[in-house]
Structures are given as C-alpha cells and as structure tokens.
Design a protein around this ligand. Structure first.
Ligand code: ADP
Ligand code: MG
Length: 508
C-alpha cells in the first residue's frame, strides 16, 4: 500500500516480496532523521514518526487521521501553499523552501526548511516532502532582527548621533539624531577636525582625542565647538570606541555625538550670574568707599585750582581735578553695575520705542560718520517690563561699543520687532565692525573684561546691560565672527497681566 513507485532498481535484483519491500520502506522512512510527509494537496498519505513528533502528534496515524493538513498551516499562508504545490506538480521539479512558518498541533509556531518533489505513487502524482526543523535558528534570527530593529528605533528616537569613523578620523557613517544627524551627514567623508573652527579650538583637547585615535583607545570629550552648516555652531560632546577586525587590527572608531549647546550655555550662564553677584558685592563695597574719598579730592582740587596764584599750580590742580572726575565716572559705573535690583521691583516702560529713539538721537551726534539705520516693526511698541533710564543705558552701552569697535566708520542697524513667541520685544543692534574671536565673544558679559586700552574701557558696559536684562526676565545674546561684524539680540518681555502681578508681589 504505502509504496512509492518506482522502487530503486537495485532492489529488484533482490528476490523480495511486496510485503518485504513495504517493510523495508517503512523501516527506512520511520528510522529517518528527517521528517517525511507524502501528501496530495494537503491530504496526508504517509507521515513518519519524526514528522509526527515535529508537529506535536503522538503517532503518524494521528497525522493521517487528520485527513487534511490545513490546521498546520497559518491561515494567511494557505493560498500560497496551494500555489507552490500546484507549481511543483505541474513542473515536476523539486523545490526547496526555507524557514516556512507552520503551526504544531498545540498551535505553537515552528519553522521548517522543506524539500519537496513530485513522485508517482499509486498511479497518481503526489508530493514527497522532507522537513528540517529550523525553529531554533529562525527564532534566533528573528530575535536578532527584532533587537536590531529595537536598536534602530532607539537610535532614531535618541537625540544623539551615532557615527562611524575610519582610522584616520574621517566620518564614514552617521545615523539618528534628527537635525543634528542631518547636519553631520553633510560632513561625511571629511575629517571631524575639519569642522572644528580654528578660532575656537581647544588645542589640548584636540591633541588628547588625536592621541586616543592614534593609539586606538576609547575617548570621551568635553564639549567641542563644531561648525555644522545648517545648524551653525554647536557645542558637541564626542565619545568613541575603537573598532577592530578579527585579527585585532584597528579599522576605525564608532561612537556618538551629543549636542550640549543648550546645557553648556545654561552652565556658563549660571556661572556668569554667580560671578556677577559676587563681583557686584565686592566691587560695590569698594566703589562706595572710593566714592566717599573722592568727594574731598574733587571739592578741594577745584577750590585749589580756582585759588592758585600762578599758572603752573593751576594746571597741576586741574590735572588732579580731571583725574578725580574720571575716577568718579568709573566709580559711578561700578556702582551702577553693583547696584542690587532697583527698589520697588521692576517698573514698566509704556513706550519703549520712544525711549530707544530718544537715546539714538543723543548718541548719533557722537559718531557723525557712522551710517545708522533704525527700523521699528509696526505693532511691536507695547509696554515692557523695566525702567526707562535703564533702557536708555542699554541702548547707549551697545551703541557706544559698536561705534568704538568701528572706529567711527561703518554701519549700525538697530531694529525692533515682536519676538516670534509674541510675548516680548526683540531689540537687535548689529554693526559692520571687525567682530570678535570666539574667545572674546565668550567673555563679553564678564565684569571688567575689556580688550580696550587702559583708560578707554572699564569692561563693565556689557555686564551692566546683562544684569539689567536678566533682572527684567529677558535674555541677551551676542553673535559675532571675526571680520563679520557683531549683533546683539535682546528679548525684553512685554507686560502681561501675569508678570505685572508677579512683579508687584515681589516688590510688595
Ligand atoms: P568696554 O567697552 O569697557 O571694553 P564692554 O563690557 O562694553 O566693556 O565690552 C567688553 C568687550 O567686548 C569690549 O572690550 C570689546 O572687546 C567687546 N565688544 C563689545 N561690543 C563689541 C562690538 N560691537 N564689536 C566688537 N567688540 C565688541
Ligand atoms: Mg563698552
């Protein structure tokens, strides 16, 4: 009954009965290490023990008793299974399918490689299949795919950029990190160092990374400024580990870029504020003492100059007086800087544009050769938090710096507009002066930081501006590049019902 035809021709040389042949056949197939099934379009005609066990049955008879194998094929695969079988039957060719998904009798998923070929059997063409259980391999592969997918999703959702680099420090692959990733993808093929601006390079740190790259060591950097096309300058933390081939030769590095610009700025800002507060207290105390001592010097040197009976003495006294006046001006600036928040909290300025324009009219006479362009966007002139005198001082300090930087020539643009978030006045003062190096730009708000010669600058102008703007709850930023001019952008909060109440309760 269960005899495929034709039987091997060698067998016919032996004098064996049909029963013997059948015995031999079932012994061979039953003892086989392969799972074997003979079926006619899913109707099982023969199954060996291995097949029965593979599919969770006790005996082959249970498989035959099913009469129909569709329970063992996931429903979405049935049509495809039929198509394949009919193709096998039509073509008469063997077909191998790998990692075919099936279900065992308990409904659990299994994977098999299936070799099928048509055979003639009891006068009809049926399919002979041998199956290899590859469930473990397929599961491992799927698990790997899943974990790769997890990693991919992680990489895509993370803010970090994952990078690969050749051993000589060229970016060969970047992934993840949205905008940052996109910006770094424009650097592919370049050496990382090519995107670290020379004017802002920390040579010691670059040398340390270079040493790690050469030695094939893992490294972790502090923030490094990178010029990243569409994103401009960003502060990036760079971590990397060496990648080696099977023979342990260094083939490159792999790691992450993390954008620390915001965090780093917040850190610097915090540091600056603490410095300002501490310096304010110290210098305020000193300035107060000096101011007291200056009063008699001013008074009596003026008197002495008036009463001098010869020209030489008068000139000498006038020099003393001039120096004392200059000292008084500096001391006033220091007191201005050191002054704690004005009593009574923050006031309001009803018409900031008016205050700004008045200050410009006063200042413009000081630099007649400078082209001054002023523009106010309609609708932006709404009350802001702050005091009119201080706003005047802000404009004066910024304009004076611009005039001084340009040495009286060039162009200054002052513009006001409503900040994009709608809650603040944005004031921009830009000049076409020489600009600043990154090292200078990073320190401009520091009290007593000046690049001007002794007697010309106190280094307090911008720290005063900074202190005022922060007290009003606003922000100030400075963009400047050597040769490309300087721009200060101030964001000064409008008065809202909310912050007006807050300020009143602070002052009360
Ligand atoms: P000061 O003017 O007394 O030096 P500031 O606090 O006003 O002090 O400015 C600090 C420094 O910032 C200046 O010495 C100068 O180096 C730099 N700076 C400020 N504004 C500009 C500008 N518009 N262009 C170039 N450099 C500037
Ligand atoms: Mg100044």
């Amino acid at each position: 009954m269960l005899i495929p035809t034709p039987m091997p021709s060698a067998a016919s040389a032996l004098p064996v009965s049909v029963e013997d042949q059948q015995e031999l056949f079932t012994t061979l197939l039953d003892g086989s290490n392969q799972a074997i099934l003979i079926h006619d379009r899913l109707e099982p005609l023969y199954a060996n023990r291995k097949f029965a066990r593979l599919l969770g049955f006790e005996t082959p008879e249970e498989v035959i008793a099913l009469g129909w194998l569709d329970d063992l094929i996931p429903i979405q695969r049935l049509v495809r299974a039929f198509v394949i079988w009919s193709r096998i039957l039509e073509s008469g060719q063997a077909v191998t399918l790998t990692e075919v998904r099936g279900l065992n009798r308990q409904g659990a998923e299994i994977f098999v490689d299936v070799h099928t070929r048509p055979i003639q059997w009891q006068g009809r063409t049926v399919v002979f299949s041998s199956l290899y259980d590859v469930t473990a391999r397929a599961r491992a592969k799927r698990e790997l795919e899943r974990s790769y997918l997890r990693y991919r999703q992680l990489a895509e959702s993370a803010h970090d950029v994952f990078w690969d680099m050749s051993a000589d420090g060229r970016l060969t692959h970047v992934e993840g990190g949205d905008d940052l990733g996109h910006a770094f993808s424009l650097c592919l093929g370049d050496r990382w160092i090519d995107h670290v601006p020379v004017d802002a390079r920390d040579d010691a740190m670059v040398a340390a990374i270079d040493a790690a790259l050469t030695a094939g060591r893992a490294f972790r950097s502090e923030t490094i400024p990178f010029d990243l096309g569409p994103l401009g300058r960003r502060l990036i933390e760079m971590n990397g580990v060496p990648v080696r081939d099977e023979r342990d030769r260094l083939i490159g590095f792999r790691g992450t870029f993390r954008d620390e610009t915001g965090a780093e700025q917040a850190r610097r800002e915090g540091e600056l504020q603490r410095n300002l507060a501490a310096l304010g207290r110290v210098s305020g105390g000193v300035a107060h003492e000096i101011n007291n001592l200056l009063q008699p010097i001013l008074t009596f040197s003026r008197l002495a100059a008036d009463r001098a009976d010869n020209e030489r003495d008068r000139e000498a006294m006038q020099t003393v007086l001039a120096s004392a006046r200059q000292a008084r001006d500096i001391v006033r600036t220091v007191l201005e800087f050191a002054r704690p928040r004005s009593p009574g909290g923050v006031a309001t300025i009803a018409d900031p544009v008016e205050v700004i324009d008045r200050e410009i009219r006063i200042l413009a006479t000081q630099a007649p050769l400078v082209r001054l362009t002023v523009s106010h966007t309609p609708g932006c002139n709404r009350p802001i938090l702050g005091g009119p005198g201080e706003l005047g001082q802000i404009v004066a300090n910024l304009l004076k710096n611009a005039f001084e930087a340009m040495e009286g020539q060039g162009g200054v643009t002052l513009s006001t507009a409503t900040h994009p978030d709608g809650n603040a006045l944005e004031l921009c003062i830009a000049d076409t002066g020489p600009g600043m190096t990154e090292t200078v730009r990073a320190r401009v708000f520091e009290p007593f930081f000046t690049t001007k010669e002794f007697g010309k600058g106190t280094g307090l102008g911008l720290s005063i501006v900074y202190g005022i703007v922060r007290r009003w709850g606003g922000t100030i930023r400075c963009d400047s590049f050597p040769g490309a001019g300087t721009r200060f952008t101030l964001v000064l909060p409008y008065v809202t019902r909310q912050n007006a109440v807050e300020e009143n309760s602070k002052s009360g």
